[in-house]
Design a protein around this ligand. Structure first.
Ligand code: ZN
Length: 665
C-alpha cells in the first residue's frame, strides 16, 4: 500500500498512448541531466489549459506551500545537511577559480547528488556519498572565496567513519547508529521505544503519537517531544507553508476542501494530532474537487523505528479521461468477479469496485522530489482506512515521462527477443501498463472473500506478497479478455500480448538488475512478480513460455499466449484459495519455492548486458515553473507553465527563494 514505486529498468518503454501528440513530443525534452546512477527528467502537465483560473490559482498556492517546506526534509535527513548544502552552494556560485577544473567539476557532481538525495545520503541505499574532491582543495577553495563555514561539516563530509548511514535497520542501536535527524542527540533506541510504548494511544480512534516530533533530551537529560509546529521545531518553514495554504483556502473548489486546508493550517499551528486525524478524515472524504494535494509529515519509512513522518508534498488534479477508464472498470466490478477463474465458494456475491483516481502531478516537493512515487494510497492510519476508506491514485504523467524518456535507450533492443515484440511494446506497452494498474487497484484487491472465521493475519509474513500476487494475477488474467476490447479499454485482441511479454521478461530476467550479485529477492513487489513468472514457467505443459539462450544471451520466448493466460488463471485460483482459507503453509511454500531464489546464470548474464547499456537505474524530476500573468490593474489573469528550467538552476532558485530554516534546528 502507501507508495507505488516504479522500478525503472523494468518498465516496457513505449510511446503508445502519446503517439497522437508526436509533434509536441518532439519539442519537449524529457531528459535533463545524468550523473552517477541518477537521471533527471522533466514531466508534462497535460490538461493544465482545461483548468479554470481559480483551479490554476489553487494549484499555484498549494505548490508554493509545497516548496516552502523544502528545508525541513534536508534537516530530517541529517542535522548537518543544511550547513553542507549551503556551503556547497555558496562555493558553487561564488568560486573565482577555474570552474572547468577537475576538482570543481567533482564538487559540482557531489552537489547535484546532494540535491537529489535532499542531503548527503543516497536516497535508496542510505549510504553516505564520498566526495571525489579532496578536503584540502575544498578548504582552500572556501578560504580563497571568502566563505565562512562551520568546520564541523568537514569530518561529516569527508570521513567515511563519521555518521556513515542515514538509516540503519539492524545492529545494536538503530537510533544511535542512524544519521537521520528523527531523534535528538544522545537518545537511545531503548529510551525511544520505552517512551513511545508509554505514550501509545490504545483507544478506538488512536492518535499517531510521535508522528510530528523529534524525541529529544532537555538539559537535564529528560526526554521530551520537540513538536514540528509554528513556534516550535521547523516553525519558520511551517509558517510560510501556512501563509500559502491560507491563500489556497480562498480559492478552494468546495466547502469540504476548504475545511481540509483549514485543518491542515491548524495542525501546522498547533501540532495537535487529534487535528491530524480530523484532517485525514476530511481529506479522504473530499472526492469531488478536481485539484487535490498531499502536504505534511506523512510516510514513516525513514525513521528507524517507523514512528515519525517525513515531510512531503504533491499537488495534482484529476485526469478526467483516464478517470473514465477506471470508472468503466469499477462499474463492471461484478462482471469481473463472476467471470474470474476462482472457485465459486470464494467469490463475493456482491462486489463494489473501488474508484481509484488517475491524477496529473503539477508540483513535487519534500520526499516526493526529485525521486517520486507513481502511485499513492493514503491515509496510513489503519482505523481511518477501515472506517472511512482511503484514496488510491496513480500518477500517469510521471509514469509516461519515464516511458517516453526511455525511448531509444537500448533496453528493449537488448532484452526483448524480436522486432515483433518490440513493436507491440512500442504500440501498447504504456496503455497496457496503465490498464493493468487500474485492474489491480479497482477490482483486483477488492475481489474474492474470506471464509468465515479466517483471520486477515492468517498468512503472517507472506500476507503482503500473496495479496499483491493475487491483485496482479487478477489484472493479468483479464488483460486478455475480450471484455476489455468490448469496453473500449483496449483497441484490439493483440494489445495485451505486450503486457504478457513484459510481465514474463521482467519477472524472470530483467528485474534482477536491481539485485546485487549473490543476493536474493527480498523486496515484496519483486518477489510477487518473480513468484508469478517462475510458477508459470515451471508449470508449462506445452512449452507455453520458455527461457532460451541465443548466442550467450538469455531471452524469454512466449509460444502460446492463450495457454499463458490459462496458467495465470490456474495460479490465481490457487492464490485465492490460499487467501480465502488462510492456508499459511501453502503460502510459505509458494513464496520459498518461486519468489526468493535467484538463478545465478541468468542474473550474471542480465547484469553484464545491463551494465553495457550505461543506464541510470534511479530517476528523478525537475518541476515546471509556474508563472502568474497579471493584467494592468494587477489582477491575476492566468498562470502559465514553463518547462525550460534546468536541474542546477531549479535547485539554486529553490535554495534562494525557499530557504526558511536556520542551519541548526
Ligand atoms: Zn496492490
Amino acid at each position: 500500500m502507501k507508495k507505488t514505486l516504479l522500478i525503472m529498468a523494468l518498465a516496457v518503454l513505449s510511446l503508445a498512448s502519446c503517439q497522437k501528440k508526436q509533434s509536441e513530443s518532439a519539442e519537449f525534452v524529457y531528459n535533463v541531466d545524468k550523473f552517477y546512477d541518477l537521471e533527471i527528467l522533466r514531466y508534462k502537465v497535460p490538461g493544465w489549459d482545461e483548468l479554470s483560473l481559480q483551479q490554476k490559482q489553487l494549484v499555484f498556492y498549494l505548490s508554493e506551500a509545497a516548496l516552502q517546506g523544502r528545508d525541513i526534509l534536508y534537516d530530517q535527513n541529517g542535522r548537518y545537511n543544511l550547513r553542507i548544502r549551503r556551503t556547497l552552494e555558496a562555493l558553487y556560485t561564488n568560486y573565482q577559480g577555474d570552474k572547468q577544473s577537475n576538482e570543481f567539476l567533482k564538487m559540482e557532481k557531489y552537489l547535484k547528488r546532494v540535491w537529489f538525495a535532499n542531503g548527503i545520503y543516497h536516497h535508496y541505499s542510505e549510504d553516505k556519498f564520498h566526495p571525489e574532491f579532496s578536503q584540502e582543495w575544498f578548504v582552500k577553495a572556501l578560504e580563497e572565496t571568502g566563505i565562512t563555514y562551520d568546520t564541523a561539516i568537514l569530518p561529516v563530509m569527508f570521513d567515511p567513519m563519521v555518521l556513515p548511514r542515514r538509516m540503519v535497520q539492524s545492529g545494536r542501536d538503530l537510533v544511535l547508529q542512524s544519521a537521520g535527524n528523527y531523534y535528538g542527540e544522545g537518545v537511545t533506541q531503548i529510551e525511544a521505544e520505552a517512551w513511545y510504548e508509554q505514550h501509545r494511544d490504545t483507544s478506538a480512534e488512536p492518535v499517531w503519537n510521535g508522528l510530528n516530533s523529534r524525541l529529544s533530551k532537555d538539559k537535564f537529560g529528560q526526554l521530551y517531544e520537540n513538536v514540528y509546529r509554528v513556534g516550535g521545531l521547523y516553525g519558520q518553514a511551517l509558517e510560510k507553508v501556512n501563509y500559502w495554504l491560507e491563500k489556497a483556502m480562498t480559492v478552494a473548489e468546495n466547502e469540504q476542501q476548504k475545511e481540509v486546508i483549514r485543518l491542515l493550517v491548524e495542525l501546522n499551528r498547533t501540532g495537535d494530532l487529534v487535528t491530524f486525524n480530523k484532517y485525514c478524515i476530511a481529506w479522504v472524504q473530499e472526492q469531488e474537487a478536481r485539484v487535490d494535494f498531499v502536504n505534511g509529515f506523512t510516510e514513516t519509512y525513514s525513521d528507524p523505528l517507523g514512528i515519525t513522518g517525513t515531510w512531503e508534498s504533491l499537488v495534482n488534479f484529476k485526469d478526467l479521461d483516464a478517470c473514465k477508464r477506471t470508472q468503466a472498470i469499477s462499474d463492471n466490478a461484478q462482471w469481473f468477479e463472476d467471470n474470474s477463474p476462482t472457485d465459486k465458494k470464494f467469490k463475493k456475491e456482491e462486489v463494489k469496485g473501488v474508484s481509484a483516481k488517475v491524477i496529473t502531478a503539477a508540483m513535487l516537493a519534500g520526499d516526493c522530489y526529485p525521486a517520486t512515487p507513481i502511485g499513492i494510497n493514503l491515509p496510513n492510519a489503519n482505523w481511518i482506512r477501515r472506517e472511512y476508506g482511503s484514496k488510491s491514485v496513480s500518477i500517469d504523467n510521471l509514469s509516461h515521462a519515464y516511458a517516453e524518456a526511455a525511448v531509444g535507450n537500448g533496453f528493449n533492443e537488448e532484452f526483448m527477443i524480436s522486432d515483433n515484440i518490440r513493436k507491440l511494446a512500442d504500440q501498447y506497452g504504456v496503455l497496457c501498463s496503465d490498464l493493468h494498474t487500474d485492474l489491480h487497484e479497482c477490482v483486483g484487491h477488492g475481489s474474492g472473500k474470506m471464509l468465515p472465521g479466517v483471520s486477515k493475519d492468517a498468512l503472517k509474513e507472506c500476507a503482503s506478497v500473496i495479496e499483491e500476487t493475487r491483485a496482479d494475477l487478477f489484472g493479468l488474467y483479464f488483460m486478455a479478455d475480450a471484455k476489455l476490447v468490448e469496453l473500449g479499454l483496449l483497441p484490439n485482441a493483440e494489445a495485451y500480448k505486450a503486457f504478457y511479454y513484459q510481465q514474463m521478461m521482467n519477472g524472470l530476467l530483467t528485474q534482477l538488475v536491481r539485485i546485487e550479485p549473490g543476493k536474493k529477492v527480498t523486496e515484496a513487489h519483486m518477489q510477487n512478480r518473480q513468484l508469478i513468472a517462475q510458477w508459470v514457467l515451471q508449470h508449462c505443459t506445452n512449452n507455453e513460455v520458455e527461457v532460451i539462450n541465443r548466442s550467450g544471451k538469455f531471452y524469454v520466448r512466449i509460444n502460446d499466449y492463450e495457454g499463458l493466460r490459462q496458467l495465470y488463471g490456474q495460479l490465481l485460483r490457487e492464490i485465492q484459495r490460499i487467501t480465502s482459507e488462510g492456508d499459511y503453509e501453502a503460502a510459505r511454500v509458494l513464496v520459498d519455492t518461486y519468489a526468493v531464489e535467484v538463478n545465478r546464470e541468468w542474473h550474471n548474464n542480465i547484469l553484464t548486458r545491463y551494465e553495457a547499456l550505461n543506464l541510470a537505474p534511479y530517476k528523478g524530476f525537475v518541476n515546471p515553473v509556474m508563472i502568474p500573468v497579471y493584467d494592468r490593474k494587477g489582477n491575476m489573469t492566468d498562470i502559465t507553465l514553463d518547462f525550460t528550467e534546468g536541474y542546477v538552476e531549479q535547485h539554486l532558485r529553490y535554495s534562494r527563494d525557499y530557504s526558511n530554516l536556520p542551519d541548526i534546528n
